[in-house]
Design a protein. Sequence first.
Length: 127
Amino acid sequence: QLEALREGVKNYTVLVQEKGQDVLFLRKIVQGKADRSYGIQVAKLAGIPKPVLDRAKNILAQLEQDTSSTNVSICAESLNSTPLEHVSPKPHVILDEVKQMDLFSMTPLEALNRLADFKARLNADNS
């Protein structure tokens, strides 16, 4: 909307490819606007906890059903009244394992294998 209102303002977006519920950001920037918001997908890639993502999906679904200002204010009130203490980051068991590792006694291959194991476990936790 600003592009039409202000001289010199241009709107750009990153091209995406959707595969089911997964989104692949193609790293190509083009002029124009996105067909929808990808904020939740970006948050997932950033490692935001699943309960927060689920809550965001619910709010987005409400907004998509009815974009009237009434619905937006109801949604905002709902968000403000929802306690989020249960999604506070807590120490992860993998963090303790990393702290206990003796990197100087490991071979590069052993370290790489441990790293691959950590990554697989973290990906399984976020699924």
